[in-house]
Design a protein around this ligand. Sequence first.
Ligand code: ADP
Ligand code: AMP
Length: 225
Amino acid sequence: MRIVLLGLPGAGKGTQAALLAATAGLPHIATGTIFRMAVAAETALGSQVRLILERGALVPDQLTIAIVRERLVQADCRNGFVLDGFPRTLAQGEALDSILADSGVALYRAVYLEISEERAVARLAGRRTCTHCGATYHVQADPPERGNLCRRCGHPVVQRADDAEDVQRSRIAAYRRDTVPLLGYYQQRGILLSVDGDRPSGEVAADLIRLLADAAGGGGADDRG
Ligand code: ADP
Ligand code: AMP
């Protein structure tokens, strides 16, 4: 099952991708996490993208596509993947199709997590992220262990620098300008699934799994994905 998740920053892509990947036994690939880890580890990639992330702008397509291409050829992606935060532009969407076509497979579904901008901003304000493994928490909806420790790996969780209010605005603007056109792109192909993301995450996940199962049963789209 080859899935991508789309939606505003704060829509719950990371949260749902982690749940779906665990349920389906597939890798969860989050380009934002790859970039943040590279910045934290001070690698060459990290130094290339650090200022871009701080501004809330998009990393250039060429670089992002090269990283995803390299990741998707790894053995754990053979039976599928859950992509979170990629594609974010039409060029990335087209590149993903061509990467998959090279292996004789196709994307199964693009899942759009629908949420109002107001709700997304409130979620981003309370988001906390593990400095070590990238796990995501929310100060009210899903607080970390003992105030600031990751339940998965025990490392401290912090507020992401790009969750600051002024950077949020740039990220939302980039989403509206560059990512929203992908909704039409996948709708036209008949593989867009819309899910109401403004509910407790367990409910969203259950709905999502049910819709994906229905889609598989219905045989509407090409099942190679
Ligand atoms: P995205 O990856 O789309 O930017 P996240 O999955 O990181 O979004 O979620 C943003 C914030 O909202 C996080 O703090 C997360 O814990 C919280 N969150 C995610 N889904 C829900 C939900 N269904 N209800 C309440 N809070 C949620
Ligand atoms: P995210 O964790 O998905 O919110 O992404 C954090 C930041 O990483 C974004 O604001 C971008 O700067 C960068 N980024 C993540 N994914 C992409 C992508 N597919 N294309 C370009 N930039 C990206």
